[in-house]
Write a protein that binds this ligand. Sequence first.
Ligand code: NDP
Ligand code: GDR
Length: 375
Amino acid sequence: MSPPPIPASPFAVSNHGPPEEYRKRKVALISGITGQDGSYLTELLLEKGYQVHGIIRRSSSFNTGRLHHLYEDQHERPNKFHLHYGDLSDSTNLVYIIAQVQPTEVYNLGAQSHVKVSFEMAEYTGDVDGLGTLRLLDAIRTCGLERHIRFYQASTSELYGKVVETPQSETTPFYPRSPYGVAKLYAYWITVNYREAYGMYACNGILFNHESPRRGRTFVTRKISRAVADISLGKQGCLYLGNLDSLRDWGHARDYVEGMWRILQQETPEDFVLATGEMHTVREFVEKSFAIVGIKIRWEGEGEKEVGINVQTKGVVVRVDPQYFRPAEVELLLGNPAKAEKKLGWKRKVDFDSLVKEMVEADLATVKSLVEDQN
Ligand code: NDP
Ligand code: GDR
């Protein structure tokens, strides 16, 4: 005997019109709009003619710095860009925003996204990164829009965690190594489950690390690029880092938000890996970044005692500080973007050297202008 059909949401109403008509409106809702990816995705979608709505958290300090230029542009694009207060821990508010905005595409980028912090705030990370995804999916159902909205989930290479196979692809088994990775695993599967259970157009983008001058300053690449600028301009003495040997597949955030959008434009919903297919150590990122300001590094010592010495001045510019080690480390991440290249026609444009250069040069410009302001 076949099981009874799953009923549509009890709140479903038919006043949204047929899905094809509804989707012509091109209205995007982005959680995590104030973050690195949120800001690049907003730029991309506005360029493509979308009306963009973002969810921002109430904060006692300013948290919309990455969106400032877009807000300024509003006069040229009236009624195209709107921000709503909300939080992934607050379902009532998510239902309200979905009902009010009636988006055609939802990008769930909001998260406590720092892996090391997730060991200290494990429950909060589980709530926001894991259950927050469920709340957003359920808000869509509650509004009866599960057949009208396309949903993107910001999944991550941290799902792979411990190395099972390389390179990692859509079929590689998951083995997360942090509360962040475990929370994102729940989010990954609830997205798959709502696609299968309710026929939702819901997809996971399994994105490998992507960086930019807008990267948060506690992530390793930006921490390095900013320190190189500070050290070379005499504003900082030494850079303290954790594991120099971990290997990451680093791309540019602007390329990756283009991939997110492409994932939601396919005929059928599927999950995709976005990666460069190349990996580098943290140590290499350090060496390349210092080389841009003419500092050549020589490494001395081992483990916690290892230091990076400026070959010309003989001064120590890098030290290892165990406070940045993680209770469980992801030693290596290397993605296989073949499926995305074939089906989405997506390929990263920015290579490793250009990424490092752009980040260091941007930080040099920022620090120089700060120094000038002080003088
Ligand atoms: P960021 O840390 O730069 O941005 C995170 C965003 O989430 C911010 O807008 C933040 O708001 C918001 N946020 C945090 N907590 C909540 C909450 N409780 N409710 C609503 N919003 C919240 O991350 P990225 O832009 O780098 O990454 C975007 C997404 O992609 C994240 O989900 C991340 O986990 C995932 N990801 C990132 C990768 C990368 O390499 N960048 C790779 C793979 C996945 P606020 O500004 O107020 O703090
Ligand atoms: P990651 O990024 O954990 O990969 O998560 P992060 O830049 O924090 O770390 C990368 C690697 O560098 C090592 N490392 C350090 N990391 C930080 N933050 N600070 C240091 O001082 C330091 N020294 C060495 C780390 O141990 C690690 O091995 C990012 C986030 O954007 C996630 O949200 C996203 O899901 C994944 O990328 C893909």
